[in-house]
Design a protein around this ligand. Structure first.
Ligand code: NAG
Ligand code: NAG
Length: 396
């Protein structure tokens, strides 16, 4: 079965070890991190591990946070509805390049069985899981700041979670019904994923420009608090708005775990029930009840947002001491965490001795491309071959 799968994937076999991210025209780094248009970009899919804050926050380590989407391109979030993005290893495997001719149902353009299951971990595509039921979960978060430089862990709240992902390319996330409108220049969103084992215990955080459509409530999103491990004890979960998961970085982590989970594997925080995230829209993230008829009575989105921002700032200040204390604890124990959480299911090709600079090298080593599609495709193969060589002794 595996051989047949690989045969079918022959054309794109070079991409089998690529990582994954969420794609949409409203994303940062759509064109890559060089400033030119790149239909085969994949700078955004690099995982984040043992980075300083400036490196892990909003994918700063390879400058993806400095390449915003084109003017007017937003990820639209319909209040009470859902939105779609594509999970893929490379822009070429999405509908955002080549009219989608290199896409499949899966994130890497190849075809796999519906019940795809590899007990030693699926590596093609690199989903960091054995099968769908083991997939850790992914999330979207929102900040009501329009300038990415003003987004902080204290104003970026998880508003949607999808259990058992990443899996297929097409994915939908649900939006809370009470999401208030964004400022005229939009909000900043981020996609997140923390795999559970099957390789390096890294995290993913990728930025988007987004906006809420069809908002009816003006009640702001509350200042988010760090999630905590609460598997099997929902009373211990962080209630209300939660931060994204910041883990295994060199500073400003917001969660510490130790010991084993209920199935006997090292605890690995993720966007799922183990941290108290329900599947779907996070309806409990607001400072209070939804206001009804707010959009007609209280005027422009801008006034909504300034009140939201003011509320967020005051609550953020109140929460700061607690957050700071948990962060310092997290930082001091980070080296232990990354050792103990290295997966027991890592393949023999996986090591835990990676350095923070390694991902930077991957992107720095990319070759310059011409603008024609054929040349870019050729360059993609060369790039991926080089990337594979550099990672030949590792699986992520
Ligand atoms: C998924 O993988 C886990 C871990 O290897 C295994 O226990 C479970 O049976 C698998 N489920 C399916 C449906 O293959
Ligand atoms: C690790 O692999 C073993 C053997 O395939 C399996 O029984 C176990 O459930 C796996 N662990 C995880 C976290 O899936």
């Amino acid at each position: 079965m595996r051989a047949a799968t690989l045969l079918g994937a022959a054309v794109w076999m070079g991409a089998v070890n690529a990582h994954l991210a969420a794609w949409h025209k409203g994303m940062y780094c759509l064109n890559g991190n060089t400033g030119s248009t790149d239909l085969n970009s994949y700078a955004i899919v690099s995982p984040i591990y043992q980075q300083p804050f400036s490196g892990w926050w909003m994918h700063g380590f390879n400058n993806c946070n400095q390449y915003p989407p084109a003017d007017g391109d937003f990820l639209d979030l319909p209040a009470g509805g859902s939105f779609s993005v594509e999970i893929a290893s490379n822009r070429a495997k999405t509908t955002l390049s080549y009219n989608g001719q290199y896409t499949s149902e899966w994130p890497d353009g190849s075809t796999y069985p519906e019940d795809y299951n590899v007990p030693t971990c699926i590596t093609s595509p690199n989903m960091h899981t054995q099968n769908q039921s083991q997939a850790a979960g992914t999330a979207f978060a929102i900040s009501y700041e329009s300038d990415i430089n003003n987004v902080t862990p204290d104003n970026l709240a998880v508003f949607s979670v999808r259990y058992n992902t990443p899996w297929k390319r097409e994915i939908q996330y649900d939006v809370p019904a009470a999401m208030p409108a964004c400022p005229a220049a939009g909000c900043i969103c981020a996609w997140g994923w923390v795999p559970n084992g099957c390789g390096q215990p890294n995290i993913y955080q990728t930025p988007f420009r987004c906006r809420v459509t069809g908002a009816t409530s003006t009640t702001p999103v509350a200042a988010p608090k760090p999630p905590v491990w609460c598997e099997g004890n929902s009373g211990a979960c962080t209630k209300g708005a939660k931060q994204m998961i910041y883990w295994n970085q060199n500073e400003r982590n917001n969660i510490v775990v130790s010991g084993l989970d209920q199935v006997g594997e090292p605890k690995s925080p993720a966007y799922n029930s183990k941290l108290g995230f329900p599947d779907g829209a996070q309806e409990d993230i607001f400072t209070g009840a939804a206001s009804s008829g707010g959009s007609s009575s209280s005027g422009s989105p801008a006034s909504v947002v300034s009140s939201a921002a003011a509320a967020a700032k005051s609550t953020a200040a109140a929460a700061a001491a607690a957050v700071a204390s948990s962060i310092s604890k997290a930082s001091s124990s980070a080296p232990t965490i990354s050792t103990t959480t290295a997966s027991s299911n890592s393949t023999s090709t996986t090591s835990t001795t990676s350095s923070p600079g390694r991902q930077r090298k991957c992107s720095a080593g990319r070759t310059k491309r011409s603008v024609t599609a054929n040349t870019e495709l050729t360059a993609l193969h060369a790039d991926i071959a080089g990337h594979k060589r550099r990672h030949a002794r590792r699986a992520f």
